[in-house]
Design a protein around this ligand. Sequence first.
Ligand SMILES: NC(=O)c1ccc[n+]([C@@H]2O[C@H](COP(=O)([O-])OP(=O)(O)OC[C@H]3O[C@@H](n4cnc5c(N)ncnc54)[C@H](O)[C@@H]3O)[C@@H](O)[C@H]2O)c1
Length: 337
Amino acid sequence: MLRVGLLGAGRIGRVHAQTISAHPQSRLCAVSDAISDAAESLAAEQGGRVSTSDDIIADPSIDAILIATPTDTHSDLIEAATQAGKAVLCEKPIDLNLERALACQAAVSNTDQPVMVGFNRRFDPSFSTLKTAADQGEIGTPEMLSITSFDPAPPPVSYIKVSGGLFRDMMIHDFDMANYLMGRLPVQISAVGSSLVDPEIGRAGDVDTAVVTMTYAGGQIAVIKNSRRAVYGYDQRIEVLGSGGMLQAQNILEHAVVKSTADGVTAAKPTYFFLERYMPAYRAEWDAFVQAVQAGSAMPVTLEDGVAALAMAEAATRSMQSGQPVAIEDVLKPVAK
Ligand SMILES: NC(=O)c1ccc[n+]([C@@H]2O[C@H](COP(=O)([O-])OP(=O)(O)OC[C@H]3O[C@@H](n4cnc5c(N)ncnc54)[C@H](O)[C@@H]3O)[C@@H](O)[C@H]2O)c1
C-alpha cells in the first residue's frame, strides 16, 4: 500500500484526492493547504489527517507526495520531497522559469527518487489509442499533426496574472502531447497570439487566442490552436495525417444521442471542462504512477518531459514577441550547463 501525502487542496488537488483514495493500492494519509479550511474539508471527504506541507514531506511514514499547489511552488517542493526520500507526482508545469526547472532536474538527479510530471492527457484513452495506432504504422508515416485545445471560458484575470501566460499554463499540455505523439522535439517554433476573448487578459499582458506551428528535422509539421473560449464546451481534438491515412481523436460528448429532423442534424455538446473530460485520464495517470513506484520502474512521464514542454513554451513566447521563428536549440542551449 502506497502511503500518500497531498500538497494543495484546490481545484486539481481535489481531483487527485479522489483518485488516490479510490485506488486499491494507495491511501491518502495527509493533506496540506495554505488555506486550512480547504485541507480540512478535503480530508473530511477523502480521508487523511491535515498537516503542513513541511511536516508531510518530513513524515517518514509517507512514501509518496502529490504536489497540486500553484506552479511557482513546484520546484522547491519537488526538491524538498525528493531530498526527503519520497517519490513525487507533480502537477504541470515544473516551474514558470526554464532555468529553475533545469536546476530542479539536476537536484533531483542527485537523490535517486522518481518524479513524474502530471501531463494527464497522455493517459486519455482516445489519445493513447491514437498514439498506439500511429506507432504501429497504421497510417504509414505521420506527416502533419493538428491539436485543437479550446477551453469553454477563460479563468479569472487574477489566475491569468500568476499563470505564466497561455503558453506555459495552457498550451504546455499540447506541447507535451506533440512530443508524446511525434516522439521527439521540433527544431523550430513560430507563434502568434491575440487577446480577443477578454480585454482584461490583454491588459494583464497575456493572450487568450494563439496558434503555434512547429517543424521537425524530417520536415514534418505540427500546428496547435488554443483559445480560452469555446461557447459550445471544452474542445479537445487531435488529428494525425500520415502517408497511409489519418487518425482523429474526436470530442467526448455529454451523451451519444443524435437528432435528425427536417431542420437538420444535432448532437450533444462536448463535456464541459477538464474535470469532466479527463477524469478517466487522471485515474489512469495515478495508476501508472503507483505501478511504477511499486515496480521500481521508469516513470511514464519524466522531469525531462516537463523541461522539454517548458522550453517549447519559452520558444513560443519569444516567437510571439519577436514575430520571428525560434529554434528550440537557441532556447535550451544557453540555459543547459
Ligand atoms: N493537469 C491538469 O489538468 C491541471 C488542471 C488544473 C491545474 N493544474 C495545475 O495544478 C496546479 C494547481 O492548480 P489549481 O487550479 O488546483 O489551483 P488552486 O489555486 O485551485 O489550488 C492550489 C491550492 O494550493 C494551496 N497552496 C498554495 N501554496 C501551498 C503550499 N505551499 N502548500 C500547500 N498548499 C498550498 C492554495 O491555497 C490552493 O488551495 C497548477 O500548477 C496548475 O497548473 C493542472
